[in-house]
Design a protein around this ligand. Structure first.
Ligand code: ADP
Ligand code: ZN
Length: 290
């Protein structure tokens, strides 16, 4: 069985082909330009293979309700030129295989969940956060992606402010100081004048980020009670995550039981932001058996 994966990001697209052991056999990436040009490249790439099913995980927001007229569309994205784009419709004209359609973070959540299951972790739920140019999260509960009238947007929750960070207004164009507005990668430039990668891990900015990310982990723990919360994206690193665990322990204050924090709050098990590929393969494979 050959499976295809598209990880559609705001800056680049990654297309991959693999089989049902979820290993990538072929892979290509190109910059995200106009929908027409980018999706044509996607179609041309997959036409070289005889894939049986295709998984798509994309930036959004997107329409995921199967009965909605705009199912398969990218809807109200701030990315110029990509509003109201019939992504799946474009692919279906040229590639006649079943396709799964979800958000980038849902794809990653499903990938990490799949890996955990393959490694015999006895879990049935997992939440995946990306902290990169933006912040988002996807959730798997009882082995299924969570979402009702739309997909979750956990990157935009509101938080208690850090006492040493009260002057920072946040950068979310919709909410100012929501989670994304306070911890996304570009906040480093606004707070410190430097790119995140250049801010030493001893700088207090990292403690401030950890304070907010720990609150997000707390809300997620209290609302969903997942087996595990995974943090990916360019901003995440082990030092930050250790700070998050310490803040999280203070906030939770032993109210409910969670696994040991080094197992509960982790970085992705798939390296190089590859979780979404695994998730796409697994979701595509599922279409062939369901
Ligand atoms: P994207 O979210 O665009 O898919 P990434 O997850 O790689 O991509 O996140 C990019 C963001 O992460 C940028 O804002 C970048 O400045 C920031 N970033 C990259 N490396 C680091 C680092 N080592 N420390 C902190 N921030 C970083
Ligand atoms: Zn917001």
């Amino acid at each position: 069985m050959l499976l295809g994966s598209i990880e559609a990001g705001g800056t680049k697209f990654v297309c991959a082909v693999g089989n049902d052991d979820y290993q990538v056999k072929y892979k290509v990436q190109f910059p995200t330009t106009t929908p027409e040009e980018t999706l044509t490249k996607v179609v041309d790439y997959f036409k070289q293979f005889e894939i049986d099913a295709l998984g798509v995980a994309t930036f959004g927001p997107i329409e995921i309700r199967k009965t909605a007229p705009k199912y398969g569309y990218i809807t109200s994205t701030p990315k110029p030129g990509w509003q109201d784009v019939d992504f799946i419709g474009f692919l279906k004209k040229e590639i006649k295989v079943p396709m799964s359609w979800t958000t980038d973070v849902n794809g990653s959540a499903y990938g990490e969940f799949t890996m955990a299951t393959l490694f015999n972790e006895k879990i049935n739920s997992l939440v995946y956060y990306t902290i990169g140019t933006g912040v988002g999260a996807g959730a798997v509960i009882n082995g299924q992606l969570v979402g009702g009238i739309g997909h979750p947007e956990m990157g935009h929750v509101l938080l208690k402010r850090h006492p040493d960070d009260l002057e920072f207004k946040g950068i979310c164009p919709f909410h100012g100081d929501c989670l994304e507005g306070l911890v996304a990668g570009p906040t480093f430039e606004v707070r410190t004048g430097k790119k995140g990668a250049e801010v030493p891990l001893t700088d207090q900015t990292w403690d401030i980020l950890a304070y907010y990310i720990a609150q997000a982990a707390l809300q997620t723990t209290l609302t969903l009670r997942p087996n595990k919360i995974v943090f990916g994206g360019g901003v995440t690193n082990q030092v930050l995550l250790e700070k998050v665990r310490i803040e999280f322990a203070k906030l939770l204050n032993d109210y409910v039981q969670v696994p040991p924090l080094d197992k509960y709050l982790t970085m992705p098990s798939v390296p190089n932001n590859g979780s979404a590929n695994v998730g796409n393969f697994a979701l595509a494979a599922k279409l062939l058996v369901d």
